[in-house]
Design a protein around this ligand. Sequence first.
Ligand code: AHG
Ligand code: MN
Ligand code: MN
Length: 339
Amino acid sequence: MSDPLTELDALPLTRGENLTNLQAHILAEQARHPNASGTLSWILSALSFSGRVISAKVRRARIQSVLGTLDSENVQGETQQKLDVIANETLLRCLGTRAGVAIVASEENEEPIVLRRNHEGERPYVVLFDPLDGSSNIDTGGAVGTIFSVLRYDRRAPEPNASLLQRGAEQVAAGYILYGSSTILVLTTGNGVSMFVLDPSIGSFLLVADQLKIPKTGKIYSCNEGNRLSFPDGYQRYLDWAQQEGYSTRYSGTMVADVHRILLKGGVFLYPPTKKAPEGKLRLLYEGNPMAMIIEQAGGKAFAGPVRLMERVPSAIHQRTSVIMGSPDEVDHVLRHLA
Ligand code: AHG
Ligand code: MN
Ligand code: MN
């Protein structure tokens, strides 16, 4: 009788043809670091779990209220909650059970939440997130996302929150989940960028691209041009130049969706300072840094004005930043006009 295991081994599968889910990918990454305790893997699995839960909620965004009393969840009053609150609670609940998480900070919470000071885990972490990015697009069925950033907890810091105010360059992992026409998770742990698509029929994120590289160029810019007259002059000069060069524009109002498009197709995403938001609108810790890490790990560039975004030293957890990120050549074109 033939041995089924040997038969499987004999299948002519290359690595690219193998079926890999997120869990297997994370464990393979962990195995590359012989001293890894597995703590980070647990945190990433909590983030992926949150992503699956939020995805299910987003997919039912309008149905629950339409179903009314037919829907058992409605009587709990749960459907009355806004999706960004639900997404926030989902992340807090999923991360709260992971022993290796010392502090979580969310765009939705004024203050960070210190989960544990005396953690059993050897190398605890802090996790920061924007639970639902682009939430104003929910009502019209547009794409939304979740963004996360993982930093090491600094035991020696004088007070716990100091661990949150690290440069983006210190991030150990970052990623986002895009709830678009499919649910896509993009992750980096500092060794390139991997992309996974959620297969809802099996409830698993499947690896679709490893060592993803952003195109070097791409004649697309993504910014809220309605604010153009209040952009600093350099950005206006750049937009004049780009339009003369025949660039296209794409802008959805969800940073995750706009940056994801640029990661795959090339181009540049901009959120300049405006009169209304002189520091820029986006949050350095929840939006700027994690998206910048992804873009740089894919071979792109990310700046805040003339400085590398991930070099900015934060002074407050909800600090804002301006953003220029995307294909390396396209970011250079913007910087050239700012000079
Ligand atoms: P959030 O929904 O988390 O508040 O983020 C919205 C952000 C970002 O996703 C998007 O790029 C930007 O705000 C859109 O701002 P404008 O409406 O000013 O263009
Ligand atoms: Mn956001
Ligand atoms: Mn948000």
